[in-house]
Design a protein around this ligand. Structure first.
Ligand code: CP3
Length: 343
């Protein structure tokens, strides 16, 4: 069975030989070949130039034959940019948005008309990748969730806690809903185009799900994720990743997605036990183990495989993005462990 078939089989819990594997944020600063390209052009240019995005997407696959899927090199912040608010990386690290949304008057800064078309360079990169990969490897597209994107827009950049957004949710929820409505339409249209351009599956990143608790998570995030899903074709191949929300797996699964991406804070078997239907789970090695020596990372990988206990619906991955200080030999050892495990 080739990589693409294996990936799609696991997503739909059909028989296959071993868990497929791809690594969240495959490209990046841990690879010397990435750093070399990055020295010649800035990040945003690389994202916006299909040939460069294709090259960076393929880099990890060239180095690690074990990978079953490629994830498009891009960023979740291309949507705010297409809506009229660009982003850049601060010299001291982290992300800054060109402008922030502070009052209802700022809604006019968002220009949804034509936004999905302005992301054409992404669809172009996906079409090129589909051609490059043929039917051998799976190709993943992605988008940020409306909530996670709204966090960057309100805060004016990245943050640990997103205090401005937290306060806005309490002081002017109507305004937050207005922002979320615009984002929902754009995210859905964008993901639809990615599927048409050849993505085998799409991941929705709700990276800042953890900023919201209880009822607020339903009201400001999950509800809009469901709306995005409703705007996509029925049974779309979606991986829903909500960082810090494994305890809410039942509600996440109720969205109807075939697969939940999970962080490392709860074993896969426990996540599964919370869900009232068979489901594919993607995860969930702590990326910190890739910084250390191979032997510990191999043990932890084996623990995850054992915990999954041969369930067909498992896509092996990290629980979050790989970090710049990741060790290449440790990653290779993890990938080998997965590839040599049999279901
Ligand atoms: O393998 C890939 O290249 C996948 C593409 C990918 C990137 N970003 C490329 C990237 C994906 C799937 C993302 C998603 C993304 N971007 C998310 C959701 C996933 C997650 O991490 O929770 C978020 C929140 C972002 C926003 C973002 N972009 C952050 C927080 C950062 C790190 C900023 C910093 O200063 O550390 C980025 C930068 C980024 N996105 C890099 C890459 C390869 C590193 C850029 C560089 O410095 O070379």
């Amino acid at each position: 069975m080739n990589s693409r078939d294996r990936f799609l089989a696991a997503l739909h819990r059909l028989p296959h030989g071993r868990p497929p594997v791809w690594i969240m944020r495959q490209a990046g600063r841990y690879l010397p070949e990435y750093r070399k390209l990055k020295a010649q052009s800035d990040f945003v240019t690389m994202v916006r130039t299909p040939d460069l995005a294709v090259e960076v997407t393929l880099q990890p696959l060239r180095r690690f034959a074990q990978l079953d899927a490629a994830i498009l090199f891009s960023d979740i912040l291309v949507i705010p940019e297409a809506l009229g608010i660009g982003y850049r990386f601060r010299d001291e690290g982290g992300i800054a948005m060109e402008k922030s949304l502070q009052t209802e008057n700022d809604l006019a800064l968002l220009q949804p008309a034509g936004a999905i078309e302005r992301l054409d360079y992404v669809y172009k990169a996906l079409r090129l990748l589909r051609k490059e990969l043929g039917t051998n490897k799976a190709l993943l597209g992605f988008a940020g969730s409306p909530w996670t994107l709204a966090c960057y827009l309100v805060e004016g950049g990245g943050s640990e806690e997103f205090p401005k957004m937290k306060s806005l949710v309490k002081t002017n929820p109507k305004f937050v809903h207005q922002i979320l409505n615009v984002l929902t339409q754009t995210v859905a249209g964008y993901l639809k185009e990615q599927l048409l351009a050849g993505a085998d599956a799409i991941q929705i990143f709700d990276s800042w799900a953890g900023v919201l608790e209880g009822k607020d998570y339903e009201e400001f995030s999950l509800r809009y994720i469901r709306e995005v899903i409703a705007l996509l074709p029925p049974q779309a191949p979606i991986i829903l990743y909500a960082k810090g929300k494994s305890a809410d797996a039942a509600a996440l699964a109720k969205t109807g997605v075939p697969c939940l991406g999970v962080d490392w804070t709860m074993p896969i078997s426990k996540v599964r036990a919370l869900v009232d239907r068979p489901i594919c789970i993607q995860g969930n090695l702590n990326p910190e183990f890739i910084i250390g020596k191979p032997d510990v990372a191999i043990q932890e990988t084996q623990k995850i495989l054992n915990d999954n206990a041969g369930d067909l619906g498992h896509i092996f991955n990290l629980g979050h993005g790989i970090t710049p200080d990741a060790q290449i030999d440790t990653l290779a050892a993890v990938l080998d462990t997965v590839v040599h495990s049999g279901v």
